[in-house]
Design a protein around this ligand. Structure first.
Ligand code: HEC
Ligand code: HEC
Ligand code: HEC
Ligand code: HEC
Length: 378
């Protein structure tokens, strides 16, 4: 018998078994798009079947109606409008209708309101929402370097759900070591790799250096590279989070012949750099501060708030919602910045009403609401 036949037969059998037991290989058709100069190997591979599912999941919902910007201001009409006071009544109601569709289409207004008293802040989701409105305004006004004119709305992250599908938290649960990796298990926050699950803590909460590249071909004793294998692994884990979150390959942001060199990198890398800084700022300035407001089931196992990553907005596509902007219908609510004061959430008591930038009065638990923004300003 020819010697190669048993080898070919066993290789074939192994391949067949592997595909049946669910080795997670992508079946064709795969689309290959050249995104760099010829010869640089910069190709983006896209699974066409997955692309169809992504397109269906990333349709932009229409605004409930076109709002009339004229008329009395919401701040004058209502009792406890602290951020959106400059909207007209029609704009305000349009916005309330929109966020209901974006956050709680099943429960409706009552997911955030006591239907007997809309001015009351006793439902925690309303308190969170007010801070989310401030965060959303800051993204669109302060982070144009990343979100451009496309911007974001609550829908970019929430997609009709109470909390976004993609978030991350401090995960200290010990994972059993596996034959394949020292870290064990699958790190869902790091692109489903077996790399350090908590890498995002270093870059999207703290400001640890991402750069690990040596700048000389051989070790330079006068100028040693301070980054070792551990740091490199963390950077890699983070890069996997970014790639998976955007549904792209490394070459979308790098020419892989020199990962460090900005001059050889596609422009997307600069946008991504701003994205890293923005995401960290959102977590530090907005999410972490909200921790005392969330009930336990909305916190991670270590008691920290769920945090924002690239995938929270991107949801597997290179530009969230394929770069279609929803902002034109919500210019006055989400593309302008209202008051930026924050109440002291550390003294938050569920069911009580707090006023931005002012100390809560001693009787603030008494409902219906006695303290209005107008009173607080006096
Ligand atoms: C996802 C949370 C959320 C949902 C759902 C929601 N609201 Fe609101 N609502 C808020 C927040 C936050 C404020 C305060 C805004 C501010 O301070 O600028 C508010 C304020 C109001 C006020 C002003 C009350 C006052 O006197 O101060 C009214 C009226 C209102 N909402 C109506 C509605 C209606 C009607 C619906 C359903 C169609 C609705 N809201 C759904 C979060 C929500
Ligand atoms: C950049 C992403 C992002 C945007 C934009 C965003 N959110 Fe959120 N939101 C989150 C994350 C992440 C959480 C989950 C935090 C947790 O549970 O610890 C959350 C939680 C909430 C909750 C709490 C829900 C619950 O059941 O506990 C409400 C309400 C909410 N957001 C309202 C809004 C509103 C209203 C807007 C738009 C003005 C908005 N969000 C915009 C990321 C976002
Ligand atoms: C969405 C864009 C993007 C993708 C995709 C991406 N990177 Fe990066 N990468 C960056 C940015 C931005 C930096 C620089 C961060 C900084 O210096 O603050 C960086 C830095 C790096 C560095 C450190 C460079 C240095 O100066 O030491 C390495 C190594 C790296 N990336 C590898 C990868 C690998 C491997 C992949 C694919 C798994 C990948 N990257 C995917 C944007 C990206
Ligand atoms: C708050 C939502 C949000 C978060 C969080 C976010 N992005 Fe983005 N990103 C956007 C929007 C919106 C755009 C589209 C901007 C445009 O088209 O001008 C975008 C565009 C980009 C682009 C440019 C794509 C292209 O082809 O031009 C890159 C690269 C990118 N984001 C990377 C990242 C990375 C990496 C992270 C995490 C570190 C991140 N983003 C986190 C909202 C977000």
């Amino acid at each position: 018998m020819q010697l190669w036949i048993p080898f070919a037969a066993s290789a074939g059998t192994l391949l067949a078994i592997a595909s049946f037991v669910g080795a997670d290989w992508d079946a064709p058709p795969v689309e290959s798009i050249q995104i760099g100069y010829r010869g640089t190997g910069m190709y983006l591979e896209k699974d066409i079947e997955k692309e169809e599912a992504l397109r269906a999941a990333n349709q932009v919902p229409e605004a409930p109606w076109e709002a009339d910007p004229e008329g009395d201001r919401a701040g004058e009409i209502y009792e406890n409008v602290q951020v959106l006071g400059d909207l007209s009544d029609d704009q305000f109601n349009q916005f309330m209708a929109a966020i209901t569709e974006w956050i709680s289409p099943e429960e409706g207004c009552e997911y955030c309101h006591n239907a007997e008293n809309f001015a009351s802040d006793e439902v925690y989701t309303k308190v969170v929402s007010r801070r989310m409105i401030q965060m959303n305004q800051a993204i669109n006004v302060e982070w144009g370097d990343h979100v451009g004119d496309v911007g974001v709305t609550c829908y970019t992250c929430h997609r009709g759900q109470h909390i976004p599908v993609n978030y991350w938290y401090d995960d200290q649960e010990p994972k059993p070591a596996s034959a394949m990796s020292r870290h064990g298990g699958v790190g869902q926050f790091v692109g489903n790799t077996s790399m350090p699950q908590n890498a995002l803590m270093d870059y999207l909460l703290e400001d640890k250096s991402i750069r690990v590249h040596s700048l000389t071909a051989l070790p330079d004793p006068d100028n040693p590279n301070p980054a070792g294998t551990k740091e490199t692994e963390s950077t890699w884990a983070f890069m996997m989070h970014m790639s998976e979150g955007l549904g792209v390959n490394c070459v979308t942001c790098h020419n892989t012949r020199a990962f460090n060199d900005w001059d050889q990198s596609p422009p997307q890398r600069v946008t991504a750099w701003h994205g890293i800084n923005m995401t960290r700022a959102l977590n530090v300035d907005y999410m972490v501060g909200l921790t005392p407001v969330f009930p336990e089931n909305r916190l991670g196992p270590e008691g920290d708030v769920f945090k924002i990553g690239c995938s929270t907005c991107h949801n597997g596509v290179q530009k969230p919602l394929y770069g279609v902007s929803m902002l034109q219908d919500y210019v006055d609510s989400l593309d302008k910045q209202g008051p930026t004061d924050v109440p002291d959430f550390s003294t938050y008591v569920p069911g009580e009403t707090q006023v931005l930038g002012a100390e809560a009065p001693a009787n603030s638990s008494a409902l219906p609401l006695r303290t209005t923004v107008a009173d607080a300003a006096k």
